[in-house]
Write a protein that binds this ligand. Sequence first.
Ligand SMILES: O=C(O)CCC(=O)c1ccccc1C(=O)O
Ligand SMILES: [Mg+2]
Length: 368
Amino acid sequence: MKIKKITLHLTEMKLVEPFESSLERVENRESIIVEAEDEQGIIGWGEGVAFSSPWYTEETVKTSAHMLEDFLIPICLNTDYSHPNEVSASFSSLKRNRMAKAALEMACWDLYGRQTGQSLSNLMGGTKRHIEAGIVIGLAPLQEMLASIEGALASGYKRFKVKIKPGRDIELIREIRRAYPNLPLMADANSAYSLEQADLLKALDEFELMMIEQPLAADDIIDHAVLQRKIQTPICLDESIESADDARKAINLGSCRIINIKPGRVGGLAETKKIHDICQAQGIPVWCGGMLETGISRAHNIAAASLSNFSIPGDISSSSRYWHEDIIVPEVIVENGEILVPEGPGIGFEVNRQLLKKYTKQIFTFSK
Ligand SMILES: O=C(O)CCC(=O)c1ccccc1C(=O)O
Ligand SMILES: [Mg+2]
């Protein structure tokens, strides 16, 4: 797989509605779309999922662009890979920056799938033809959150995640439970709590949440292990898990009982598969998270979620949940709470060049 040309499209798209978590309110989503072209003119697509500012993890759109331009793209253009599994290994001398690495690695997987006529799901060993869709309700006044849940229920979503933060936790969950006693419900704190608040987190046990996601800091798998021993609600780690090694350590310490895998967070699809396999061997279910991404990253997520141990519905919603118009064709559609795993080559979606151009603020091209 010889890559001849790589183009970075820096895009900005306005969300259908602002998305609020414990740490940030996202209204305009900047992204890096990666286009990798081989000598035959076949093109693969990837997407960097870092945000404009480092509120979720330390990477940003600009650090990703810097890593890609100055380090990752030169490696990629100068290596003749025989399989996309080799791409992340070729980046291994560079520390961290996994969102930047993932953006390029995933473009290579899509390219390879299109070169060989295989779907990403098949390439990764996916077994599911449909995946179950979940939805995330951002922080908003209670009535709005309840209305969002009602709408999502009507659309068939199978799992409901609400963002929480100190001051919007126990009472918020109590009200949602009062309205929906049997809803498959979970909460995501995006690391807004500390171990001193263990009693408060323990008070959530009575609501029988499916899990609580990333209550403590990203680098706190020790404290998460202490917390998990104190509370009944299963802890799911998101920000804390950037690699298969992180997953192994967190599982061994008892820091979590479930893991949220985002291919764009962990360095790409090869690492996704490794984390998936480690978790499967240890009896830890995984699900696929989201990053308010365009259809390109969403398509990669769908392929990943077709693997068998992605056994809990993920944060994979329809394109229209976030975008007035998505940049892929067809858009991602949720029907009866499910998304069809595409069987076409690579990600199985085409990129709408006209829309990509419409949302592109800057474009950079690199060739050998
Ligand atoms: O629906 C989505 O795309 C994911 C929504 C979400 O929870 C989220 C959105 C942005 C950044 C982090 C997270 C998260 O999972 O923590
Ligand atoms: Mg999360």
